[in-house]
Design a protein around this ligand. Structure first.
Ligand SMILES: C[S@@+](CC[C@H](N)C(=O)[O-])C[C@H]1O[C@@H](n2cnc3c(N)ncnc32)[C@H](O)[C@@H]1O
Length: 213
């Protein structure tokens, strides 16, 4: 990477962190920040799988290994689909949707979908701040390195279902929210059981929604 590319990558990471900090505190800022963030991820999409490390989903996978098979799963901020594919492989009966704001990410994810997963995994352009899914539709909602919009997360998760957030490099991940903050936000929205996972530098949090809220 030359000097100009290094500077561009640093600015991109800083903007992702700034956006995460801003919209998790003040979600009303999202419409202002959304076009620039989407532009960045559309630009990164063709090279995304070369940018991430081979084990960047390890904390996500560790949390998946601890739950019973869900039927309907949303991988939110799916990027090129790594989380959706991991879920589909671990749970062979699950119907999986990977959703992302960036069209170019969704195009890559569709292109990469292996033939054996095509019937069960589909990819859609959608905004996590305003999801086109019914209340309580998903038994698992996973986010790897993705900004959480807590109201929508709680809305689309089924009673008794799980939300999983993972950060590939823990607090060093550009899109990162401290796990105690995630826990507090979800506690206030009817989530009752929490488990933390650490794999290498990565971390994850799994939260279960109460059967009735
Ligand atoms: C850091 S990438 C992570 C991609 C993938 N989960 C992974 O770990 O490889 C964050 C992804 O979230 C998407 N994203 C950001 N904000 C979003 C939103 N509000 N709704 C849906 N996707 C969003 C971006 O377009 C990007 O693809």
């Amino acid at each position: 990477m030359n000097r100009a590319d290094e500077v561009k990558a640093t600015l991109t990471r800083r903007f992702a962190r700034l956006t995460t900090n801003a919209v998790t505190r003040w979600p009303q800022l999202w419409p202002v920040l959304r076009p620039a963030l989407r532009f960045q991820f559309d630009r990164l999409a063709p090279n995304w799988d070369r940018i991430v490390s081979p084990d960047h989903m390890a904390p996500y996978e560790a949390a998946l290994a601890s739950i019973e098979a869900p039927r309907r799963v949303l991988d939110l901020g799916t990027g090129t689909g790594a989380g959706a594919f991991a879920v589909a492989r671990r749970f062979p009966d699950a119907e999986v949707i990977g959703a992302d704001l960036a069209d170019a990410m969704i195009e890559e994810a569709r292109r990469k979908t292996p033939p054996e997963l095509k019937g069960r995994v589909r990819f859609e352009v959608a905004d996590a701040a305003n999801l086109p899914y019914d209340d309580g539709y998903f038994e698992l909602v996973g986010l790897a390195n993705m900004i959480p919009f807590f109201d929508e997360l709680a809305r689309v998760t089924a009673p008794g279902g799980h939300v999983l957030l993972s950060f590939s490099s823990g607090a060093g991940t550009p899109i990162y929210v401290p796990l105690e903050r995630v826990r507090a936000e979800l506690s206030g929205r009817g989530f009752v059981e929490f488990a933390d996972f650490e794999v290498g530098a990565g971390s994850a949090l799994l939260a279960r929604k109460a059967e009735s809220t």
